[in-house]
Ligand binder design. Structure first.
Ligand code: KIV
Ligand code: ZN
Length: 516
């Protein structure tokens, strides 16, 4: 059992976060995020749902092999095939955990599982014992605990501990609970379950009513010692509790909480940017802790106060969560070794010399156009290098756009489709519209553009524009990202990135679907 004053941080960005429509990540992207989480000293990284697809299995396996300082966890329904697949994926982990779950609310048991409460208890016990054959670190979740009956939760958790579960997770799956009520549930569970001292109580709150962080913290005040959360609050529907909010609340209000995490909070902003860059989910400027305005003091009165004494308006220090001046790190004359060394400091290791060469060439191209290269520019370069992988059927060869007052913009594009160069031309309402239509004239995708957004990676008019494009086809949603000092080119790159994702084989099953 961990010390009573240790709050375990369980990050599920790579599993529940990836369940956000459009947030799917490649195996390499997941590994990059996992390394950033390890560097931040997250205790448990939920790396994925191994039974879902070969890609998910491989991602969990490669994270399990590379991560040594955090526990690596795989999700499994309370089914033999799920548990054995998770066990297989985690076989080489330094510290593996299997997270198995089954729904416990009347509504889920009756309509989704079509199982009686007795059958659910029996299945849970069987699954935990099976998971214990693979590892002694087993977490059991009572899905939809937030709408389950307290007596039933007490019964199933008591049996779960007897069967060998070491962590008991209480998810508010649909984000229905209120903070005082959820805290009370945790208190009562700990009081009433006779063997409750043999397991760590965990919470997993969704943000449908905007209460995920508040509910998690109320649970911590009532004895929960693991919080499940995601970077930037990414996650199914309205998302999960945001890691940065929970960790910084507990750290800032040590007067109220009798526990703390072991997180290196100075890594928070870096992690937030990485997840946003990889998923294409921008962080709103007024988002707590990691939003661009979170520490910006606009009004004269506030600025005056902060200059006289920081504490007048600031409850945390920007540098404690990793806000630093955007330092110029590399420039036009930086060589390969400096480039490789800086990537190393950022915790980025490319898979091969070929990838390093590709990334370095992109860096040199950028340095020709842009004076100073910052860490965020490097992250964007690496994201692009990663995209240049086996999944890239369509590549941008060249783009020429003519746009002038009073004339209809026209785009001429050349794409390489599976190695064959193909030209396309189109007119459009604006240069971006013309570019997208020219791409579609070569490779008609039948997709619908759901979102187009552009932001600048760093400041200055020579900054790279970062574009996110969201495409939908037959209910499937993908996001694409592209970065360039020319935002029309960035847009074309983002569009092509999304097309490459939509061309990949179909959807994987949802872990919380009805297939039990
Ligand atoms: O929200 C939920 O209930 C889950 C479980 C699988 C823990 O994500
Ligand atoms: Zn969830």
């Amino acid at each position: 059992m961990p010390a009573a004053d240790q709050l375990i941080v369980f990050d599920t960005t790579l599993r529940d976060g990836e369940q956000s429509p459009g947030a799917s990540m490649t195996g390499d992207e997941k590994l990059r995020i996992a390394k950033a989480l390890e560097k931040m000293r997250v205790d448990v990284i939920e790396a994925g749902f191994p039974i879902a697809s070969t890609g998910d299995f491989e991602a969990v396996r490669s994270i399990a092999q590379s991560i040594t300082d955090s526990t690596v966890c795989g999700l499994a329904r309370a089914l033999e095939r799920d548990i054995d697949r998770a066990g297989e994926a985690l076989k080489h982990a330094n510290s593996p955990r299997i997270h198995t779950f089954i729904a416990t609310s009347p509504i889920h048991m009756r309509h989704k599982l079509r199982m009686s409460p007795d059958q659910v208890v029996e299945q849970a016990v069987w699954a935990i014992k099976r998971a214990r054959d693979h590892t002694d670190n087993v977490e059991f979740s009572a899905e939809d605990a937030g709408r389950s009956e307290l007596d039933f939760l007490c019964r199933i958790f008591e049996e779960a501990i007897k069967a060998g579960a070491t962590t008991l997770n209480v998810p508010d799956t649909v984000g229905y609970n209120m903070p005082h009520q959820f805290g009370e549930t945790i208190r009562l569970l700990r009081e009433r379950i006779p063997n409750s001292d043999k397991a760590v109580f965990s919470v997993h709150c969704h943000n449908d009513l905007g209460l995920a962080t508040a509910n998690s913290l109320s649970a911590v005040l009532n004895g929960a010692r693991q919080v499940e959360c995601t970077i930037n609050g990414l996650g199914e529907r309205a998302g999960n509790a945001a890691l940065e909010e929970i960790v910084m609340t507990v750290r800032t209000r040590r007067d109220l909480f009798d526990c703390d995490t072991r997180l290196d909070t100075t890594q928070i902003v870096q992690c937030s940017r990485l997840v946003s860059n990889i998923t294409g989910f921008p962080v709103q400027p007024n988002k707590s802790i990691v939003g661009a305005n979170a520490f910006a003091h606009e009004s004269g009165i506030h600025q005056d106060g902060v200059l006289k004494s920081r504490e007048t308006y600031e409850i945390m220090r920007a540098e404690d969560v990793g806000w630093t001046e955007n330092r110029m790190v590399l420039g036009k004359h930086s060589g390969r070794n400096a480039f490789r060394a800086r990537l190393g400091e950022l915790g980025i290791a490319l898979r091969s010399e070929e990838e390093l060469n590709d990334a370095f060439r992109r860096f040199k191209d950028l340095a020709d156009k842009k004076h100073e290269i910052f860490d965020d520019d490097l992250q964007a370069i690496i994201t692009e290098t990663g995209l240049n992988s086996e999944h890239e059927h369509v590549k941008l060869v060249s783009l020429r756009v003519c746009s002038e007052t009073g004339e209809t913009p026209r785009a001429d594009v050349v794409l390489s489709v599976d190695g064959e160069e193909e030209p396309g031309t189109a007119m459009g309402g604006g240069p971006v519209d013309a570019a997208f239509k020219a791409i579609e004239s070569i490779i008609p995708t039948g997709t619908r553009l759901q979102l187009y957004s552009v932001s600048s990676i760093t400041s200055g008019t020579d900054a790279q524009g970062e574009v996110t494009v969201r495409l939908e086809k037959g209910g499937r949603i993908v996001n694409g990202q592209g970065a360039d000092t020319d935002i029309v080119i960035a847009s074309a790159k983002a569009y092509i990135h999304a097309i490459n994702k939509i061309l990949l084989p179909g959807d994987k099953p949802h872990p919380q679907g009805a297939d039990v």
